[in-house]
Design a protein around this ligand. Structure first.
Ligand code: NAD
Length: 259
């Protein structure tokens, strides 16, 4: 058997990228609760990924930590080879890994542009392409890309992030058109402000904290930030049979911010 061949008996699993903490961790928990073995991808914080897996197992689920920087094509290929060798195939892919490197574009270091595009957009491309090989041959699969309302309505200082997330939305729609005939659904979730470490990084500066408080009080009709579980449940819905006729769609989870 060639190294890439997949045994017919391989079990289906979910892969959630950047799942050691925040929204990704909540998504991994949600999918594991739906009886899918879950691979918890992480870039560097092994302890956090181990902890996320331990929490899933304590709740009766099945989870395995898996290291890879999703912006690195070869690392993603190695991650998928590892999943195959363990006897699984990725039937549900959630491209959640993402970062921000805020700053005005006129002064933005090229590296801050590249890094944000790399984790948010290139990572989604690398993982989707790797997962599609098996999804297409099995005529089954679903991909959910975690975008952002920032990809629809840009904030000052986030041109790199806005470009990356707008790219994720376009990737979602384009790919949905290409693979629908194989029974593969591709959707996106666009969260608004969700209470995670990413938000905590923004709160760390006086300017960021003031901006967030203004958004919470004046721009979000529900007048609060979202919880990771609220995004995770939306992903769970998109991955379920209740969403069997939904593809190429962007579901906004923002407390009414974009209303
Ligand atoms: P977070 O910073 O808490 O978690 C992101 C995780 O992704 C981290 O564990 C990080 O290590 C991982 N990651 C980043 N780059 C990676 C890479 N190249 N390879 C592997 N892992 C990588 O952030 P979060 O708030 O949980 O965000 C999750 C997703 O939701 C991101 O795509 C983010 O852009 C999106 N989002 C978040 C918010 C929000 O308000 N928190 C709003 C809209 C969209």
């Amino acid at each position: 058997m060639s190294q890439n061949a997949l045994p017919l008996a391989a079990r289906k699993a979910a892969l959630v990228t950047g799942a050691g903490r925040g929204i990704g961790r909540a998504i991994a928990q949600e999918l594991a609760g739906r009886k899918l073995p879950v691979f918890v991808n992480y870039r560097s914080d092994e302890a956090a990924a181990e902890d996320a897996c331990a929490a899933i197992r304590a709740a009766g689920g099945e989870a395995y930590p898996l290291r890879a920087d999703v912006s690195d094509r070869e690392a993603v290929a190695a991650m998928f080879a590892d999943i195959r060798q363990r006897g699984f195939w990725v039937q549900t892919l959630v491209n959640n890994a993402g970062i921000v490197r805020d700053g005005l574009l006129a002064m933005m270091p090229a590296d801050d542009w590249r890094t944000v595009l790399g984790s948010n957009l290139d990572g989604s491309f690398h993982c989707a392409r790797a997962a599609l090989q098996t999804m297409m041959s099995r005529k089954s699969g679903q991909i959910v890309n975690i975008a952002s309302v920032g990809g629809m309505r840009a904030q000052v200082g986030q041109a790199n992030y806005a470009a990356a997330k707008a790219g994720v939305l376009a990737l979602t729609r384009g790919l949905a058109r290409e693979v629908g005939r194989y029974g593969i659904r591709v959707n996106a979730v666009a969260p608004g402000f969700i209470d995670t470490d990413m938000l905590a990084e923004m709160k760390a500066s006086d300017k960021g904290a003031a901006l967030l408080e203004d958004a919470r009080a004046k721009q979000i009709p529900l007048a609060r930030f979202g919880r990771p579980e609220e995004v995770a449940q939306t992903v769970g819905f998109l991955c379920s049979s209740a969403a069997s006729y939904i593809t190429g769609h962007v579901l906004v989870v923002d407390g009414g911010l974009c209303a």
